[in-house]
Ligand binder design. Structure first.
Ligand code: AMP
Length: 449
């Protein structure tokens, strides 16, 4: 397939020609008609696959020339670097198109950005925090947005932008096209899609279900968290075999919990990365693991993305990923550059369905290993594993209908007062006839930290 087959217009075609691009990448080929159709779209693709053009080509093709001041396309990305990069990509494609593109992000002068917005624009690329500040200041009107793109949504949610995204959704017109790109599917991403998207079409470059030949895979059936820890400690004690080990867990709380447990045994050999750690801490951890000062790295799926580390001897899936694609990404971290690599996956009873999903994708059964005799099977359970406690029969428990109702005598005036709270706010709003707020206070608090 060539770009000619995509039925592009001449300005886009010429811009691609100038760039020397003749063939659409798989995600571009797949996404073009779906994005063009105006339906909600969820794309699964990693950076480097050409995903920016995958959504921008159809958007630019359908964006008519207009003099209107308010933007019609909004692209949200998690970091300022990505704002710059996406703006550059759009500008490359817009070489022969008369459109106005602007990138805005936090940490820089907001007034300069306000001025730029006031001059009018068609496409706005932004990080969520700064976008929300600009929208609150009313310089930026979002009511004319027809297309919303959220790029790298998994990173966005992992960095804690969920509330800001929802605040932004509130300011957008209901009738719009939602386009979302994510490198991994996580539970958070799934929830966001279900809450805000209208039966989206899913496009993804087929994750190869064929693992590399040089990665050997095995699985363990393990009843619970603490037994998984015991098994892990047992394996990691073999320093010679397990000489560079990447351990995956699904979310940051689990990463911290596991780190705490393993720290009792492997102190200096251990490091961890997830999004609640500072950038410096993460960089240092990765460096130490890469250089071999630390033998063991615990990571979440999102944070381990793009990690290019050689000679990883073992990838251990401490939990079984719900999405088979994530498993493929995880185990692909070992067995690089023709070297032999080993992948292990630990699954509880509850995770059996997930492991079957992975085996179906690969069209193979992962060999099951017996738990070594020395590994102690724990009966202790963590909070998430404990069964929901149902209350036993309790005849003395007060039923709702027996609860005391409101007082039946008249209350004295002073006791009848209702506590409205926020005295200062009420007085100010009486004085100015409308509430005065300072934007999203929680957001400001978070950023100060
Ligand atoms: P992205 O995945 O959007 O970050 O794009 C990765 C890189 O691939 C960017 O530098 C693009 O300019 C480039 N690229 C995008 N589409 C194509 C294509 N069809 N052929 C060759 N390179 C491309």
């Amino acid at each position: 397939m060539t770009f000619q087959d995509l039925n592009l217009n001449t300005p886009l075609f010429n811009a691609l020609d100038d760039l020397g691009f003749t063939t659409p990448t798989p995600i571009q080929a797949q996404a073009f008609n779906v994005v063009s159709s105006g339906r909600d779209v969820v794309g699964i693709a990693q950076t480097g696959t050409g995903k920016t053009f995958a959504y921008m080509l159809p958007i630019l093709k359908n964006l008519k020339y207009s003099k209107q001041e308010n933007p019609r396309v909004l692209v949200l990305v998690p970091t300022r670097e990505l704002v710059v990069q996406v703006v550059e990509e759009i500008e490359k494609l817009s070489k022969y198109i008369n459109n106005r593109v602007l990138g805005v992000y936090g940490g820089t002068n907001i007034n300069t950005q306000k001025k730029a917005i006031a001059e009018g624009l068609d496409i706005l690329v932004a990080t969520p925090g700064r976008l929300y500040d600009l929208a609150l200041s009313r310089v930026l009107q979002l009511k004319s947005i027809q297309k919303l793109v959220i790029d790298e949504v998994d990173v966005m949610l992992d960095l804690g932008f969920r509330h800001q995204l929802i605040n932004i959704f509130d300011l957008l017109p209901e009738k719009r096209q939602n386009i979302m790109f994510s490198a991994t599917m996580t539970q958070d991403v799934d929830i966001l899609i279900n809450d805000f998207f209208k039966s989206p079409e899913r496009v993804s470059i087929a994750v190869s279900g064929t693992p590399l030949d040089n990665i050997s895979q095995n699985k363990y059936s393990v009843p619970n968290f603490y037994t998984k820890v015991n098994l892990l400690v047992h394996l990691l004690n073999d320093i010679e075999t397990y000489n560079k080990v990447l351990i995956f867990v699904a979310y940051k709380r689990m990463a911290d919990r596991l780190f705490e447990k393993l720290d009792e045994y492997f102190k200096e050999e251990l490091c961890v990365i997830h999004s609640n750690k500072t950038q410096n801490y993460r960089l240092r951890s990765i460096e130490q693991f890469r250089e071999g000062y630390n033998r063991i790295l615990i990571a979440t799926d999102v944070m381990a993305r793009g990690l290019d580390i050689d000679n990883v001897s073992h990838v251990i899936n401490f939990d079984t990923p719900d999405y088979p694609e994530n498993y493929m990404h995880r185990i692909g971290r070992t067995g690089r550059a023709e070297r032999k690599g080993e992948a292990l996956v630990f699954s509880t009873e509850k995770e059996q369905e997930a492991i079957e999903g992975i085996e179906t994708l690969m069209d193979m059964k992962i060999p099951l290993l017996e738990l070594p005799d020395m590994v102690e099977v724990s009966t202790e359970l963590i909070e998430e594993e404990r069964p929901q406690i149902k209350e036993r029969y309790n005849p003395t428990k007060r039923r709702d209908e027996d609860a005391p109702g409101p007082a039946f005598h008249e209350k004295k005036d002073k006791n009848n007062k209702e506590n409205l709270g926020g005295k200062y706010r009420r007085e100010i709003s009486k004085k100015y006839k409308k509430p005065k707020t300072r934007g999203d206070k929680n957001y400001n608090k978070k950023r100060k930290r």
